[in-house]
Design a protein. Structure first.
Length: 215
C-alpha cells in the first residue's frame, strides 16, 4: 500500500536548527504552552497512578498480582471510554470545554480517592474506582488538548505534534520515576503526586489568551 505525502505545503527551510527555533516559538505562545502543559500534567497523573498502584495494592493492601490486574481493568476501561466519548462529543462541546471538563473531573476523582482511602480504609475499590474516573478524565482531556495545541501552528503541524508528544511522554516518564522514589508505607505520596499534577493541569489553562480560536 502506497500513500502520498499529506503535507501539500512542506516548508523548504525546515532543518534541524530551524526545528528548534520553532520549538522556542511554540513554547513562547501562551495558548500552545497552556494546552501542551495541560496534556503533559494529565499524562503525569496517569503515570503516577500506574507507577504507584502496584505498590499500594500488593505491598500495602496485601493483594496479589492477579487481583491487581483485575482491578486495573477499571482504569483501562475508563481511559477507553473517555477517548470514545471525546471522539463522539468533542465537535459539539468544543475542544477547550472538553479539556476543562476532563481536567475538572480528574481533580474531583483524585479528591474522592484521597477521601476514600483516608476515611474508608485502604481497600482496592477506594483506589481503583476513582482511578477509573481519573483515566476517563484523561481520555476526555488529552485529545482535545493536543488538537488545540497543534492547531496553533498548522503550517508546521508535524513539528508541533513532535513537541507536544515529547512533553506528554516526558511528563509520564518523569512522574513514574518520582512516584517510585517517594512512595512509602502509605498510599498518600501517590495520591499527592496525582492531586498536585491534576491541579496544575487545570491551572495552566488560565494561560490561554482570549483569541486562541474556536471554543
Amino acid at each position: 500500500l502506497r500513500m502520498s505525502e499529506t503535507n501539500t505545503s512542506p516548508s523548504k527551510n525546515m532543518d534541524f536548527f530551524a526545528m528548534f527555533r520553532w520549538f522556542g516559538k511554540m513554547m513562547g505562545d501562551r495558548a500552545f504552552a497552556s494546552y501542551s502543559l495541560n496534556a503533559a500534567f494529565t499524562m503525569g497523573v496517569f503515570f503516577s497512578f500506574i507507577s504507584g498502584a502496584p505498590h499500594v495494592t500488593q505491598k500495602l493492601m496485601g493483594r496479589d498480582a492477579t487481583e491487581f490486574g483485575l482491578w486495573f481493568m477499571i482504569v483501562a476501561a475508563g481511559y477507553v471510554v473517555g477517548n470514545l466519548t471525546s471522539a463522539k462529543i468533542a465537535d459539539r462541546v468544543g475542544a477547550r470545554r472538553m479539556v476543562l471538563i476532563g481536567s475538572s473531573l480528574g481533580l474531583t476523582a483524585i479528591a474522592t480517592m484521597a477521601g476514600g482511602l483516608k476515611f474508608g480504609g485502604w481497600e482496592p475499590l477506594a483506589m481503583f474506582l476513582p482511578g477509573g474516573f481519573t483515566a476517563l478524565a484523561a481520555g476526555l482531556a488529552l485529545p482535545s488538548a493536543q488538537v488545540k495545541a497543534i492547531g496553533r501552528f498548522p503550517e508546521v503541524a508535524g513539528t508541533a505534534s513532535a513537541l507536544i508528544g515529547f512533553l506528554v511522554l516526558m511528563g509520564g516518564a518523569v512522574m513514574s520515576q518520582i512516584v517510585g522514589m517517594i512512595q512509602n508505607a502509605t498510599p498518600y505520596p501517590m495520591v499527592a503526586a496525582m492531586g498536585g499534577l491534576s491541579f496544575l493541569a487545570l491551572a495552566v489553562l488560565v494561560l490561554r489568551p482570549a483569541d486562541d480560536g474556536a471554543a
